[in-house]
Design a protein around this ligand. Sequence first.
Ligand SMILES: Cc1cc2nc3c(=O)[nH]c(=O)nc-3n(C[C@H](O)[C@H](O)[C@H](O)COP(=O)(O)OP(=O)(O)OC[C@H]3O[C@@H](n4cnc5c(N)ncnc54)[C@H](O)[C@@H]3O)c2cc1C
Length: 325
Amino acid sequence: MIDHHQEFSTLHDASFIVQEHISLADKNTFGTGGKARFFTQPTSAQQFVQALQFADQNKLDIFVLGGGANILISDEGFNGLVIRPALQEITVQSINDRDVLVTSGAGVAIEDLIKHCLDHQIIGLEEFSGIPGNIGGAVYINLHYYEFALEQFLVCATLINKKTYEIMTVDTSWLEFGYDQSKLQNQEYFVINATFQLTKVDALTAAFARGRSVEITRHRQKRYPYQNTCGSFFRNFHPHEVAHTEKKLIYVAYYLDQLGVKGQLSVGGAIVSHQHANMIVNHKQGSSQDILNLTLMMQDMVYKAYGMKPQPECQLIGFTTNPFA
Ligand SMILES: Cc1cc2nc3c(=O)[nH]c(=O)nc-3n(C[C@H](O)[C@H](O)[C@H](O)COP(=O)(O)OP(=O)(O)OC[C@H]3O[C@@H](n4cnc5c(N)ncnc54)[C@H](O)[C@@H]3O)c2cc1C
């Protein structure tokens, strides 16, 4: 373990710790992947700055890890600094009798924020009930479920600039959200916290919302796998990618279903879920390579049958090239 304070005398926060050779397999929902060469969990914006300085000074690549619910980590691990924000603060500010601004640290689990809101009779985010991951990762991907996307609730986010360490607050338009998309994906800024405009309601309405939250989670867990998976592996097609097809269907799962992969196609310990053709389950302690080989096979099958190459929604970490390109 490196005590950052001892290594770099210019830094003042003695509680800032960087660990070495830390397992990542227990920090992502597939449960696969190697170790992080360096690993740190900043609990404040200042410690986030220190983490970036540490990476700069040691010429390390950076990966910012959330709940690990949408990543595939190479079996070789990540030969750089993994920063897992542990910013856990949630604050609530009333705008008027009805509207409230809820600000959540990047390290808060989506599920915990929903619970905190419902406990305070605040509704809105329960549409995302049952989705694993943290607030930072949710903003990065513009979390979505049916007609709901996180951008509908987000009003601003506080970010840190990877190169200059500047901390800035940006509004929703700055983030350039789209389906599975945000400006954060150029990896120049990381989320410190995010602010959502939500609705304060009476106790009865909050109780209904809590019931809805439980029901959404129950429905999801009956319909989809929820353990040892990253959810949908491939993003759906953009409309222009399917414009030439007869049905113009954007759903990758539709094409994979036609090819009969569901519950059938497997490599090593990784199998296509029997519940959803676009979800992979690591059911027999498979490796990331098993998952990669399986998904490359799926991509190739769709390409051969339909002439379109599905692209991963799941982020690949620690791989030297993009195998799906
Ligand atoms: C069972 C299951 C069901 C799912 N269902 C859905 C669904 O219905 N809808 C949906 O949209 N997604 C779904 N997902 C995917 C996943 O839950 C979301 O993508 C979630 O937002 C990932 O958040 P995370 O914190 O786990 O991010 P991680 O997986 O840790 O990281 C994902 C990406 O976000 C980046 N990131 C993380 N934190 C930050 C930060 N602070 N600043 C900048 N970048 C950051 C990472 O660098 C990485 O590139 C599902 C996943 C599972 C396992």
